[in-house]
Ligand binder design. Structure first.
Ligand code: HEC
Length: 155
């Protein structure tokens, strides 16, 4: 009983620190300066999310030399090599939350957005979105991907 109560409490306080998609504060330059979770990103996990075709699926559109061991790098978007020298952490977080602020009408998915879509779909599945729209990536996923992107300093 006591254990369950303690776990419940821990889960609640964890939840409280997560900024919901509707509450994200973005600067006029499309930067999100505050961490979405307060928990430092894990670059290894971020790399896994980026190459996962059902999660980030970043390689569908981007080439990344550091991920050369993965097949199929797309050329729809720019190569992400050296991306950490072009953008800082707040800018990268903002691009993932919603790239539209920096690149109007970008075809890059807004990974942390749940409203304002014309015809929302369910991630990359082509099915219509469920009534309660979930962001394409969870808050910690975004932090982890940002942490990996920050390692991409080489061209
Ligand atoms: C459907 C294609 C698509 C997907 C999927 C996609 N992007 Fe993009 N991304 C783009 C395009 C296109 C641009 C260039 C800006 C524009 O014209 O919209 C871009 C720009 C960027 C930039 C800025 C690059 C620069 O140097 O200017 C970053 C960083 C980025 N994407 C990261 C990601 C990450 C990380 C993922 C996966 C979580 C991802 N993108 C998924 C299409 C995509």
């Amino acid at each position: 009983m006591l254990l369950a109560a303690t776990i419940g409490l821990a889960a609640t306080s964890l939840q409280a620190d997560v900024i919901a998609p509707g509450d994200v504060v973005m600067t006029e330059y499309g930067e999100v300066t505050e961490s979405l979770t307060g928990v430092p990103g894990d670059p290894a996990r971020g790399q896994a999310i980026m190459v996962d075709r059902g999660q980030g699926n970043c390689l569908a559109c981007h080439q990344v030399t550091a991920l050369d061991h993965e097949p199929w790098h797309g050329e729809v978007g720019p190569s992400l090599d050296g991306v950490a020298t072009r953008w800082d952490e707040a800018a990268l977080r903002g691009l993932l939350v919603n790239a539209d602020t920096v690149f109007p009408d970008s075809i890059m998915p807004a990974f942390y957005k749940v409203s304002g879509f014309v015809r929302p779909g369910d991630g990359f599945t082509t099915r219509p979105a469920p009534a309660d729209l979930q962001p394409m990536l969870a808050a910690q996923d975004i932090e982890d991907v940002v942490a990996f992107l920050m390692t991409l300093t080489d061209y």
